[in-house]
Structures are given as structure tokens and as C-alpha cells.
Design a protein around this ligand. Structure first.
Ligand code: NDP
Length: 290
């Protein structure tokens, strides 16, 4: 299943994430994903595993153009020259000449000037052909609005937390109104399990009932929900059997009622950090050279 970004670049609707995947298991996990059929890998400078992602892509033997690579600039590298250099660091670690989708990991509301300069660098990288598409992550509607007062290129993607317990309809609408693709992070609600205190999406009885009705698993139902709603989803796992399970969703069709039921599980409670709270002081940390 392929989505077309707002600059006509095709991108797989289902990708593979590597947040919290330790470097020493990243190559095996990404290799398993590529062998399973995933063709979109989502990493970030801040994950510390870009080198191992690049290694897996090379080891897979797949032609470079068959794998869509997405990575993110960390806030400590915001600023025009710094962000141009962040591309060199990421591309160097990945071992590629060109990155398919290069995005700003967070808005930096207290230093939006730096955020704007970072985005201006993305525009330059796009014009120079070093990246094929640019985007943002964790941008709230007000951040998109402030960005578009200065930017000349619309972000192709806004990667935000979306799972049945936190659906962010306001962000999704703001993206859709502008023609920005919403890409769901923690798409199966991993964060409700590894950071949560109550029931996780994996143990939710409503999701379990829908899964049972289709002889599928809760993770498969949640992934299918994203795809049928037009979102890109990037589930993460380090286990080969789950990597395969999360890709085995193309023979499943949820009904309109089931899609609505899943959306209605929204609790309005975010699992990740409040985007407006991100500051260099609290979240800044140096990203090593390639
Ligand atoms: P996910 O919703 O992908 O869930 C991953 C968690 O669920 C892991 O703990 C994993 O454990 C477990 N899991 C995976 N598959 C299954 C399954 N089939 N059944 C039960 N449990 C399963 O959460 P993430 O937060 O990892 O988000 C996915 C990706 O999104 C990240 O890897 C990253 O690329 C991106 N992301 C981006 C953020 C941003 O700020 N832009 C923030 C967070 C994530 P195990 O590995 O042991 O299988």
C-alpha cells in the first residue's frame, strides 16, 4: 500500500520504527523487517541507531531506491547551518547520499526562531536534491500555522502520537486541511504499555473483541485502522514474530463501525511529552558526528 506525499513522492503506508531499539539489535531487527516486506524505515538522530539501520539496508541486498529512509533532526541541531550539518551527520551514519524524508523531530516553541531556521535548511536540502521530502514531527496546529507564515515548502508529513487511546483529531484535521500526511507514532499504542500506568491498548477488551471477530491480533487491528483511515503507521518491534505479525494486515478489512469504535476509545491523554514543554534546557543533548 503506497501513499503519495504532497510533492508527489510515493511512500509506503506501513513502515518500521526503531525508537528504543538498542544499536546492537537494530541491524537484525531492520533486516528482519526488510525480509518481511517493509520498505519504509523510520529512525532519528536521537535514537542513536542510524548507523545500524544503514548497515541493515546494505546487508538486505535491496537496491537503495527500494527502501524509503526517514530520519529526524534533533532539537540540539536546530539552526540553519547546524541543520545542514545534521543532514551530513545522519546521511554519513546511514551511509547514503540521499535521505527520502528528513523531518524536524519536535517544534521548539521557546526558540521558534531556531525551528524556523532548521526548517529553512530542510528547504535548502530539498532544493539541492539531498532529500526527497521534508516534514515535521510533534507539531501542534499552532506550530504548523507559525511555520507556514515563513516556510515556502509545505511539510509532507507530520509524525505525531496516534493510537486508539490518543487520536489527536485537531492535529489530524489541521494536517488534512493543509494536505500534510499524518504519520502515526506509537501506532499500536506501545507507549500505553512501556510508559502507561493503566490498561494498555494490547489489553483493551474492545480492541481484543474486534481482533477476535477477524481472527487477527490487537496490533493488526490497530495497524489496519491507521491504513484504512489514510494514515501512515510505523510500528516497532525487535522480535521477528511480531515484525511479521505487524505486516500481516493486508487481508484484513475493518468495517466503518469498527473504525469508529476504535476512534471512540480516545482518552485525550497523551503518552509522550507535551509538545509545548520541549526546551533545549530539558531535552537538548549533543548528537555525535558521523
Ligand atoms: P509502537 O506502538 O510501535 O509499539 C512498540 C511496542 O510494542 C514495543 O514495546 C514492542 O515490543 C511492542 N510490540 C510490537 N509489536 C507488538 C505486537 N504485535 N504485540 C504486542 N506488542 C508489540 O510504539 P513506538 O513508541 O515504538 O512507536 C513506533 C515508532 O514510532 C518508533 O519506533 C519510532 O520510529 C516512532 N516514534 C516517534 C516518536 C516521535 O517523537 N516522533 C516518538 C515515539 C515513537 P517489542 O519490541 O519487544 O516487540
Amino acid at each position: 500500500m503506497i501513499l503519495t506525499l504532497n510533492n508527489d513522492i510515493p511512500m509506503p503506508a506501513l513502515g518500521f520504527g526503531v525508537f528504543q531499539t538498542p544499536p546492537d539489535v537494530t541491524t537484525d531487527a531492520v533486516l528482519a523487517a526488510l525480509q518481511t516486506g517493509y520498505r519504509l524505515i523510520d529512525t532519528a538522530a536521537a535514537y542513536g541507531n542510524e548507523r545500524e539501520v544503514g548497515e541493515a539496508i546494505r546487508r538486505s541486498g535491496l537496491p537503495r531506491e527500494e527502501v524509503f529512509i526517514e530520519t529526524k533532526v534533533w532539537i540540539s541541531d536546530y539552526g540553519y547551518d547546524q541543520t545542514l550539518h545534521a543532514f551530513d551527520k545522519s546521511a554519513g551514519k546511514l551511509g547514503v547520499e540521499q535521505i527520502d524524508l528528513f523531518i524536524l523531530h519536535q517544534a521548539l516553541p521557546s526558540r521558534f526562531d531556531l525551528t524556523l531556521e532548521a526548517y529553512r535548511a530542510l528547504e535548502t536540502l530539498l532544493a539541492d536534491g539531498k532529500v526527497r521530502a521534508i516534514g515535521v514531527s510533534n507539531f501542534m496546529p499552532e506550530h504548523l500555522e507559525a511555520l507556514m507564515k515563513q516556510a515556502t515548502v509545505l511539510p509532507a508529513v507530520n509524525q505525531v502520537e496516534v493510537h486508539p487511546y490518543f487520536t489527536q483529531p485537531g492535529v489530524q484535521d489541521a494536517d488534512a486541511d493543509r494536505g500534510i500526511l499524518t504519520q502515526a507514532w506509537s501506532p499500536i499504542g506501545g507507549i500505553t504499555s512501556y510508559r502507561g500506568t493503566g490498561t494498555s491498548t494490547f489489553d483493551d477488551p474492545t480492541i481484543a473483541a474486534i481482533a477476535q471477530a477477524h481472527a487477527k491480533t490487537p496490533a493488526q487491528v490497530m495497524i489496519r485502522w491507521h491504513l484504512q483511515e489514510g494514515r501512515c503507521a510505523i510500528p516497532k518491534s525487535v522480535r521477528p514474530e511480531r515484525i511479521a505479525e505487524n505486516f500481516d494486515v493486508f487481508d484484513l478489512e475493518l468495517t466503518t463501525d469498527e473504525l469508529a469504535t476504535l476512534g471512540a476509545l480516545d482518552t485525550g491523554t497523551r503518552g509522550g511529552p507535551e509538545p509545548t514543554d520541549i526546551t533545549l534546557e530539558n531535552f537538548g543533548r549533543p548528537i555525535p558526528e558521523a
